[in-house]
Design a protein around this ligand. Structure first.
Ligand code: GBH
Length: 447
C-alpha cells in the first residue's frame, strides 16, 4: 500500500531538525562568544579534514531563504537549537542583544510562515568561558543553564511554546567526556557520569523556569538518543549482556527522568566511578515532562564477552544488512520496538521523534541528486510510525534529520544527512530526491 500523509492523524507534526553549531556559521560575529566546539575543532586531529563550523551552512545569514525552503517542503514545525555563547558570550552575566535578536527574527520568521518553533537550549555548544571553569563537571554550570533558560524564555516565551532542554545527554557525557571524540575531548568515565548528572540537574532546574516564563500552553521536554538493544542469541548470557548494555545506553538516561533514579544494576557496576548526587537532585531531575523527544538512528546487537569493556560485552556486526555511510545498520523495525518499550516502561505523556535520518555517500549522485537510499530510509521509518500509532502510543510528530547537509561533528562535512544538498563552496542549496519525495508526500491530496 502506498504511504500517504492522510494515513497519519491530522494533528501529526511534520518538521525538520538542525542545530546551531552544525549550520549557523558566523562563529565570530555580532558579539558571539566562543563555544567548546570553536576551540575543539582548532585542536589538531579532532575533526576529519580539520573541518570546523566557522561558516558551516551560513544559516546565520541565509535563514530567511532556509525558512522559505522548509515552507516549500510543506513542513509545519522546525526544531533548531540556540547557541548559548551567542546569547551569553561568557555563559553567564551580560546578554548579547545582537545574538538574542537573531533568534527573535528566526522565531518571527517561522510564525510568519505558519511553522511551529521547537527550541532546543543545548545541542553541545557550551560557552568556552564555562568550560574554563570546569564545564559540566562543575555543578555550578547547572545553575548557569537555568539562568540561560530564563533569558530565552523571557525573550521568546511569548511566541515559543515548545522547549527541549537538552539534545542527547548521552553524547554530552559519553562522547564528550568518556570517549573524548566530541568537545571538550575529555577521557574519564567518572567525569562523564558527573557530567550527565549535572546536565540532568540543569534540565530539572530549567523545566519550571521555562514553564513559568513562557506562554501558558508551553510544553517542555528533553531529547534522548536511544538505541534498542538486541541479544546476539537466545543464550541467557547474551540476554544478560543485552540488559547490561541497555542500562548503559538507555536506562541510565530514562530512569532518572521518570522518577526511578539511576538503574541499580548499572550503578553498582560502576563502583567508585559513580557521580556525586546530592539528596535533592533526583527529585529535581524528575520534573514532569510534557513530552519525550526520541532520536532514532539504529539498533545495537550485543553478545556476552568476558573482559570486554566495562560491561563484559561486545557489539556484533550483523551481516547481510543495509548500512549507511556511517556503517550504521538500517533497521526501521527498531523504531517501533523502541517506542513501544519506552511507552510501556515509562508512560511519557507524549512522544516525538525529534531526529531520524541517514547519511549515504552523495558524492556519486548525478545532477538530479537521486538519493534513493535516503528516500527509502525515510519511507521505511514513516511506515514504522504508523505501526506505533496503531498501537495507541501517543506519538505526535516526526522531525527529519536533517534539512540541510551540515557540519557532522567529528566527521566534519564528510557525512551528509540533508534532504537538501549544500555546496559548501558556493552555499547553493538544491533539493535532493528525498526532499522532493518528502514534499510530494506532505502535499495532501485535496479530497
Ligand atoms: C545525532 O546524534 C545528533 O543529535 C546530530 O547532531 C547529528 O548530526 C545526528 O545525530 C547524525 O549523527 O558511541 O560509537 O557507540 C547521533 C546519535 C548517538 C549516534 C550515539 C551514535 C553512539 C555511537 N548518536 N551513537 S558509539
Amino acid at each position: 500500500m502506498p504511504l500517504t500523509r492522510d494515513q497519519f492523524p491530522p494533528q501529526f507534526r511534520w518538521g525538520s531538525a538542525t542545530s546551531s553549531y552544525q549550520i549557523e556559521g558566523a562563529a565570530h560575529e555580532d558579539g558571539k562568544g566562543l563555544s567548546i566546539w570553536d576551540t575543539f575543532t582548532r585542536q589538531p586531529g579532532t575533526v576529519k579534514n580539520a573541518d570546523h563550523g566557522d561558516v558551516a551552512c551560513d544559516h546565520y545569514h541565509r535563514w530567511e531563504s532556509d525558512l522559505d525552503l522548509m515552507q516549500d517542503l510543506g513542513l509545519d514545525s522546525y526544531r533548531f537549537s540556540v547557541s548559548w555563547p551567542r546569547v551569553l558570550p561568557w555563559g553567564t552575566g551580560k546578554v548579547n542583544a545582537k545574538g538574542l535578536a537573531f533568534y527573535d527574527r528566526l522565531v518571527d520568521g517561522l510564525l510568519a510562515r505558519d511553522m511551529t518553533p521547537f527550541v532546543t537550549l543545548y545541542h553541545w555548544d557550551l560557552p568556552q568561558a564555562l568550560q574554563d571553569r570546569g564545564g559540566w563537571v562543575n555543578r555550578d554550570t547547572a545553575f548557569r543553564f537555568a539562568e540561560y533558560a530564563e533569558v530565552l524564555a523571557r525573550q521568546l516565551g511569548d511566541r515559543v511554546g515548545h522547549w527541549i532542554t537538552h539534545n542527547e545527554p548521552f553524547c554530552t557525557a559519553i562522547m564528550g567526556h568518556q570517549e573524548g571524540v566530541h568537545a571538550p575531548g575529555i577521557r574519564d568515565t567518572h567525569a562523564a557520569l558527573q557530567t550527565l548528572h549535572h546536565v540532568y540537574l540543569s534540565h530539572g532546574l530549567a523545566v519550571p523556569v521555562l514553564r513559568e516564563q513562557s506562554r501558558t500552553d508551553t510544553q517542555v521536554g528533553i531529547t534522548l538518543s536511544l538505541h534498542p538493544v538486541y541479544p546476539a542469541s537466545d543464550a541467557p548470557e547474551d540476554l544478560q549482556a543485552a540488559h547490561r548494555h541497555d542500562g548503559f545506553r538507555n536506562r541510565w538516561y530514562l530512569d532518572p527522568l521518570f522518577g526511578q533514579g539511576y538503574p541499580q544494576d548499572t550503578w553498582e557496576s560502576y563502583g567508585p566511578l559513580v557521580p556525586h548526587v546530592q539528596p535533592e537532585d533526583l527529585g529535581i531531575i524528575a520534573a514532569p515532562l510534557d513530552f519525550l523527544g526520541v532520536n532514532y538512528y539504529f539498533r545495537e546487537t550485543v553478545k556476552h564477552a568476558p573482559g570486554q569493556g566495562h560491561f563484559d560485552l561486545e557489539e556484533v556486526h550483523v551481516q547481510g544488512v543495509k548500512r549507511t555511510h556511517f556503517d550504521w545498520e538500517v533497521y526501521p523495525e527498531g523504531l517501533t520496538d523502541l517506542l513501544t518499550r519506552v511507552y510501556e516502561d515509562y508512560q511519557p505523556a507524549r512522544l516525538l521523534i525529534t531526529e531520524n535520518g541517514s547519511t549515504f555517500d552523495d558524492s556519486a549522485l548525478d545532477e538530479k541528486l537521486m538519493d534513493h537510499d535516503r528516500q527509502q530510509f525515510f519511507e521505511a521509518h514513516l511506515r514504522e510510525c504508523l505501526k506505533v500509532l496503531e498501537r495507541g502510543i501517543p506519538l505526535e510528530g516526526y522531525f527529519a534529520w536533517s534539512l540541510l547537509d551540515n557540519f557532522e561533528w567529528a566527521e566534519g562535512y564528510d557525512k551528509r544527512f540533508g534532504m537538501v544538498h549544500v555546496d559548501f563552496e558556493t552555499q547553493e542549496r538544491r533539493l535532493k530526491y528525498s526532499g522532493r519525495w518528502f514534499r510530494d508526500f506532505l502535499r495532501v491530496p485535496v479530497p
